[in-house]
Design a protein around this ligand. Structure first.
Ligand code: CS2
Ligand code: MN
Length: 360
């Protein structure tokens, strides 16, 4: 297992590479060029500038998260071919710099969605990302976009890039006519277009689940359960067609048995990487992001790490979103302290599982 950290680039992240390097056991990043709009080619110069800086700090960059998929591809518009071609060029360019896994998602319009980016956790006074569908009830998509951007402490948020949201109303209208099966057909067209390039360059695509793990605003969503991902991996049967198994996203729905899902796709060789974090269920369609420690949430982190160790031990893992603790101000979910604690905890679980197994 390689433990990694998400980093948005100098100038765009409150956390520095030297801080990341000092987290025990940290091997590298899940890297991101946060200024690239969905559909644009990532040039070799741009990739080199980012990756050279990461390497100079003594860290690896074998995973990229995300290369976002243009909305025209998801909607199946004629312009999709041009964007798929661009995507293939980006894959080739990233492969030249040693990138092995590309994370992406196929969620219409919104990436992750929360109703509060800094809900105080009464037990300890820290705060974290929070979702309550009842609060969403009185908010339309435009209200949620406005409040998410206003409350992000001045940082851009992944999945909430202004250019993606500029034509929100038109896009939402178009999706009214797209069924989940049609979205899946568009997804297959995308995979058929890019996976031969991935196989050629040795790059694995890893699909991130819908977050939260159920439909919202009546949009078609097709990636939030084991059954959904079974369909996805079959859309184009290739070892390069894998899952980015995000425990917190899938875990927002208590019906998802996370260790079982990890075993299922791990045994199939279809886990490209994982995001490991905990979640606290507070009621139907209501949850907050918890500290990584099992007892602070509802996921069994030992069972999760054991499932990884048993079925896909060579994978990449990053602690996912963290709480804001110790007065830190940063991009919601992406501060230094709680994610560093998370990484350390995951490493601790790993060491125990590993030594226990070796001693028989
Ligand atoms: C999520 C997503 O895991 C996360 O941090 O908040 O933004 C995720 O990076 C994307 O869905 C991957 O494409
Ligand atoms: Mn995630």
């Amino acid at each position: 297992m390689k433990i990694t950290f998400r980093w948005y680039g100098s100038g765009s992240d409150s956390v520095t590479l030297s801080q990341i390097k000092q987290i025990p056991g940290m091997t590298g990043l899940m890297g991101f060029l946060d200024y690239k709009a969905a559909g644009e080619v990532w040039t070799q110069e741009e990739i080199a500038a980012y990756i050279d800086e990461v390497h100079a700090a003594g860290l690896e960059c074998e995973v990229i998260e995300s290369v976002n998929v243009h909305e025209d591809i998801k909607m199946g518009l004629p312009s999709r071919d041009r964007y798929i071609e661009n995507y293939c060029t980006t894959i080739r360019n990233l492969a030249k710099f040693g990138v092995k896994v590309i994370v992406y998602n196929f969620m219409p319009v919104f990436d992750w969605l929360r109703t509060d980016l800094a809900r105080v956790i009464p037990e300890d006074g820290s705060n974290s990302l929070y979702f309550d569908e009842a609060e969403l009830g009185c908010m339309g998509p435009l209200d949620i976009v406005r409040s998410t951007i206003e409350n992000s402490n001045g940082f851009s948020l992944p999945g909430w890039e202004p250019e993606r949201l500029a034509e929100l109303e038109t896009t939402l209208k178009r999706y009214e006519r797209i069924t989940p099966d049609e979205l899946r057909a568009n997804y297959k067209y995308f995979l058929d277009g890019i996976l031969p390039t991935c196989e050629e360059c040795g790059v694995v695509m890893a699909c991130h689940p819908d977050d939260p793990a159920w439909p919202i605003f009546g949009l078609p969503r097709i990636a939030h359960s084991q059954e959904d991902f079974d369909k996805i991996v079959k859309l184009h049967d290739s070892p390069c067609n894998t899952v980015c198994l995000c425990t917190g996203s899938l875990g927002s729905n208590p019906d998802n048995d996370i260790p079982a899902i990890i075993r299922h796709f791990g045994e199939m060789g279809r886990i490209g990487c994982l995001h490991v974090r905990n979640i606290k269920h507070l009621g139907p369609h209501k949850f907050r992001e918890a500290a990584h420690l099992s007892e602070t949430g509802d996921l069994d982190m030992y069972a999760i790490m054991k499932a990884v160790h048993d079925t896909c031990p060579d994978t990449y893992i990053r602690p996912d979103h963290g709480r804001m603790i110790w007065g830190e101000v940063g991009r919601p979910g992406y501060g230094l302290y709680d994610r560093a604690l998370g990484a350390t905890y995951l490493n601790g679980l790993w060491e125990a599982i590993d030594k226990n197994k070796k001693r028989g």
